[in-house]
Design a protein around this ligand. Structure first.
Ligand code: DAH
Length: 357
């Protein structure tokens, strides 16, 4: 037995790789291995012999097995060390700022908005841009005959001849993400939904694709006061102006009751718009308390929960904050424009680190 032990432990120690180890395992403790065969002979022994040989063989088997396992781990470590030594990457090559791209103002503002609302406890939700007309309209309390459908200049998707289901639409706003998130997550809820939306419209302040960010907060005791505070915090942080004045004007949206449009303080001096001063007002968003029918469509009991919602144009925010005059230029992919209005790619906006250095 000592010979067997010496033989297999030496072989194990000398094994160069995993397949050599496997061969040793088969030869020693495999089904027809030398030690297994010896174990089979136990049956022919006298009980006294067996009492000595049995435990000894088992111990030998265990010892060889653990030697094999230890060697296997050692080989793996060595292989990893070797890879770490041979595969390396020189990360010291300096960046090439002149050739670097820039972040589009829409991306930058989306990041800024997200950073601010994240700080207020909102998480980001998303939904599809090709939307059912139920999510885009009906669930938001805009039934088939409602004038808002026509006002929204909707792009309808084509349906095959003879398919008379209602067509999908390119979502005309981010509000359907309210419904999708309610369906998925239920109440309570605190989300924003940034993303692209589509309407058949084109002039200096309208493009067929633009961006909105939707906000939605649902809980048992949410009120207009919460909406006002959240929006004021948001504008102060976004425009980096403490105590920026806002004005809530009564309005109407089918999916909120009551509804308010919100203006921020601004001035026009020599054709130059200045946010946060003067006695002019600039409309920036729509908002209100979520209509009970909308909560119901999202599967939430309006007798138990209530909430506020708002929708802001992201491109509009970018134009206001960064003084960009023409919306159409946002989507022209003109490199000179992108270099001028773009942002350094690595300056991720945060509230503490600065939103818009
Ligand atoms: N969905 C509206 C639009 O695109 C904007 C909006 C208004 C969203 C009021 C809201 C809201 O959530 O409460 O014109």
């Amino acid at each position: 037995m000592d010979d067997l032990k010496a033989k297999y432990l030496t072989q194990t120690a000398d094994a160069a790789d995993e397949s050599a180890l496997e061969a040793i395992r088969v030869a020693a403790v495999g089904k027809k291995g030398e030690i297994s065969l010896k174990m089979r002979e136990l049956g022919k022994m006298t009980p006294e012999q067996r009492q000595v040989a049995g435990p000894a063989l088992n111990a030998l088997k265990d010892e060889i097995n653990s030697a094999l396992a230890a060697k296997k781990a050692a080989l793996a470590d060595a292989a990893l060390d070797e890879r770490l030594r041979s595969e390396w990457l020189d990360v010291t090559l300096p960046g090439r700022p002149r050739r670097g791209g820039t972040l589009h103002p829409v991306s930058q503002v989306t990041e800024e908005v997200t950073a601010i609302f994240a700080e207020l406890g909102f998480s980001v939700a998303e939904g599809p841009r090709i939307e059912t007309d139920w999510h885009n309209f009906d669930a938001l309390n805009i039934p088939g005959h409602h004038p808002a459908r026509a006002e929204m200049d909707t792009f309808y998707m084509h349906r095959a001849e003879g398919d008379d289901r209602p067509p999908h639409v390119l979502r005309t706003h981010t509000s359907p993400v309210q419904i999708r998130t309610m369906e998925k997550a239920g109440a309570p809820l605190r989300i924003i939904c940034p993303g692209g939306v589509y309407r058949a419209d084109y002039d200096q302040t309208h493009t067929p694709m633009f961006h909105q960010v939707e906000g939605l907060a649902i809980d048992k005791d949410i009120s207009m006061a919460n909406l006002k505070w959240v929006l004021e915090e948001f504008f102060a942080a976004f425009f980096e102006i403490d105590g920026i004045k806002t004005r809530f004007r009564a309005s109407h949206f089918p999916f909120t009751e009551p509804s308010a449009e919100v203006d921020i303080q601004c001035s026009w001096v020599d054709g130059q718009l200045k946010i946060g001063e003067g006695d002019g007002w600039m409309e920036v968003l729509g908002s209100g308390m979520v209509h009970p029918k909308v909560l119901e469509a999202g599967g939430i009991d309006p007798y138990e929960y209530q909430g506020f919602a708002f929708g802001i144009g992201i491109d509009r925010l970018a134009m206001l904050k960064y003084g960009i005059p023409d919306l159409r230029a946002f989507f022209d992919s003109d490199l000179r424009w992108l270099r001028h209005y773009g942002f350094a790619a690595l300056d991720v906006p945060t509230l503490h680190g600065g939103l818009s250095r």
